[in-house]
Design a protein around this ligand. Structure first.
Ligand code: R5P
Length: 286
């Protein structure tokens, strides 16, 4: 049985179709004091798979409650798919007195499940923060399949060196094109400086690839930098289209041709699904 978090209903439904598993009905009640109560309307027949992106603190609490409800309902195993793992970018202490936030989140999730899957975490090392087996799935193939077939002399670009592996994977999925990464210096939560070196973008279609578009600061700078170098169409693609604040408008103002994301986070730009990749990973552990 697939148990959907309220922020991951589209992906949970796609995964249910992909795997032939039933999709659970979940009743949610909010008490006057703001606390959430979830109720599964059916008993799982065997294992339960909770699918819930932790896009907010409320979504995180809901995930913990769904895991516990699955156990209480008699699930033989609980598998948790966290398509977008919130707090993953807080993967170390940046100053004394701070927590390692992703470790705190991972420990809480691991206490109620047998196995975890997530999609393109910011750093693979976050998988080690779970006290149960944890595995990463990539959304690269999903992004590659939704790009136009007629890209001109395509150039696949990552905004920093950390994106190189993902950029290569999207290019490989597309089947043609060069790969390059920019140099990035982060000045603040919302401001970055990007440098384009040794790459000609003139008259080419550019596909920017990153794990996440959060404030859109990184992608907007990249779109502007590549456009200034004469790029023709510029696609901003990401696995996790968080698109906080004015990200969509900022990218549009920067001249992006199209923004494309997957359904790890449900947004209007979530045009492609990671359900096949997750289904394959689930089949691999069966
Ligand atoms: C950072 O290393 C990540 O890969 C993304 O580039 C970054 O988190 C995007 O954030 P924003 O959209 O706020 O610039």
């Amino acid at each position: 049985m697939i148990i959907p978090g309220s922020a991951s209903q589209t992906l949970a439904a796609a995964l249910a179709r992909e795997t032939g598993r039933p999709l659970a009905a979940v009743d949610r009640h909010r008490f006057p004091d703001g606390e959430l109560l979830v109720t599964l309307d059916e008993q799982p027949d065997g294992g339960a798979i909770v699918v819930a992106s932790t896009v907010s603190d409320a979504a995180f609490v809901e995930l913990l409650l769904l895991q516990d409800a699955a156990r209480e309902a008699g699930a033989t195993t609980v598998t948790t798919v966290v398509p977008y793992l919130g707090y993953a970018r807080q993967d170390r202490q940046f100053a004394s007195g701070q927590p390692i936030s992703v470790r705190a989140m991972a420990r809480a999730i691991a206490s109620g499940t047998d196995r975890v899957f997530t999609v393109d975490p910011h750093e693979r090392s976050v998988l080690d923060r779970f006290d149960v087996p944890a595995q990463a799935v990539t959304g690269a193939a999903a992004l590659a399949t939704v790009l136009p077939d007629d890209l001109t002399d395509p150039l696949f670009v990552g905004p920093d060196a950390g994106a190189r592996e993902l950029v290569r994977a999207v290019r490989d999925g597309y089947g043609a094109g060069d790969v390059s990464v920019l140099e990035k210096i982060r000045r603040s939560d919302r401001t970055v400086e990007l440098t384009v070196r040794d790459v000609s973008a003139a008259d080419r279609d550019v596909v920017l690839v990153d794990d996440i578009i959060a404030t859109g600061g990184t992608m907007s700078e990249a779109v502007a930098a590549l456009t200034a170098r004469g790029a023709d169409r510029v696609y901003a693609t990401c696995v996790h289209p968080l698109l906080a604040d004015a990200a969509y408008a900022d990218l549009s103002r920067a001249g992006v041709t199209e923004i494309v994301g997957t359904d790890t986070i449900e947004r209007p730009v979530s045009r492609t699904s990671v359900a096949p990749a997750i289904a394959e990973a689930l089949a691999g552990q069966a």
